[in-house]
Design a protein around this ligand. Structure first.
Ligand code: AMP
Ligand code: MN
Ligand code: MN
Ligand code: MN
Length: 282
């Protein structure tokens, strides 16, 4: 039995529905041994998560999931084991969060044009952190108000490229995200690579640039990966000489199919990212 590590999930500090304390207790209950809370673009939950991890007998790595724009698409880079007090990453994440408010207002305006009114205030009711209004909060409002059956349908019909509530946004650069993380002593991880829909050439460019900037790992086993996706990115880890990460990407008991720690093991021949972070585990 290998270590039960879950190095990707979200709390109310970004777009999850549980508090850091509730997540730590749930992770411990599910047999997680090494945990990281990786809220989007935000470190506001780190201290609570670390304290709650220790209270629940979990080992902890600092974490976040940084929104990046690469080749005109949004890519997520998970950072693990960095110094959460590092000024450069804190400042960079603050700037990354900065455009969310305006984007949300534009999303609401577009939704109003297709007859969905009050979406800004509606989404705001689900927001735990005023600096972090996200598409997920709009999705919860559209489900609650009966426009869609579930959040998946909201994203398909309204919140993705080409749909009426989608507002293109420029996030951090890949280079900035990777260097913020690595210069603060952490490891950068390409999150859920199967989700981006890149062509083979674009994906090659992503991995090349990621490695070139100092990125060290790729998420192989994660909530949105099928068994075939995991095999494919296990191969990518081998080919690119990257370590492998494992994380549920848990957001909510009502929405997430994969619960904390309830994931397949990483293939045994891969180097787990936490091996590279042994001295950063708290
Ligand atoms: P944002 O950072 O505001 O662009 O929101 C991105 C978040 O939306 C992701 O972190 C997911 O939590 C959620 N999300 C993205 N695509 C989907 C989808 N197809 N179904 C459900 N949630 C999604
Ligand atoms: Mn999310
Ligand atoms: Mn993500
Ligand atoms: Mn995530």
């Amino acid at each position: 039995m290998t270590l039960n590590a879950d190095l990707h999930c979200h709390s109310v500090v970004s777009d999850g529905t549980l508090s850091p304390e509730q997540l730590a207790a749930r992770a411990a209950g599910n047999g997680v041994e090494l945990w990281s809370l990786t809220d989007h673009d935000e470190l506001g939950g780190q201290e609570r998560a670390r304290t709650a991890a220790q209270a629940n007998g979990l080992r902890y790595l600092t974490g976040c999931e940084i929104s990046v724009t690469y080749l005109d698409r949004t890519v997520h880079i998970v950072g693990l084991g960095f110094d959460a007090d590092d000024d450069t990453i804190r400042q960079g994440l603050r700037a990354t969060r900065g455009g969310r408010e305006l984007r949300a207002r534009e999303m609401a305006e577009q939704l109003a044009k297709v007859g969905i009114h009050g979406a800004y205030d509606g989404a705001l009711r689900y927001v735990g952190n005023p600096e972090l209004i996200s598409r997920t909060h709009f999705a919860r409002f559209l489900v609650e108000s009966g426009v869609c059956r579930d959040t998946g349908e909201v994203f398909r019909r309204y919140l993705t490229e080409g749909k009426p509530g989608f507002v293109p946004h420029r996030w951090a650069t890949l280079k900035d995200a990777v260097t913020w993380i690595t210069r603060a002593g952490g490891q950068a991880v390409i999150a859920h690579p199967a989700r981006y829909g890149f062509s083979a050439n674009e994906e090659f460019a992503l991995f090349t640039d990621f490695k070139g900037h100092g990125g060290g790992a790729v998420e192989v086993v994660t909530g949105s990966h099928s068994a075939a996706d995991a095999e494919r990115y296990a191969d990518a880890a081998r080919e690119w000489g990257l370590a492998a990460s494992r994380g549920s990407d848990f957001h909510s008991p009502d929405e997430s199919h994969t619960d904390l720690g309830r994931l397949p093991d990483l293939p045994r021949d891969l180097r787990p990212v936490w091996d590279l972070l042994a001295d950063r585990i708290q």
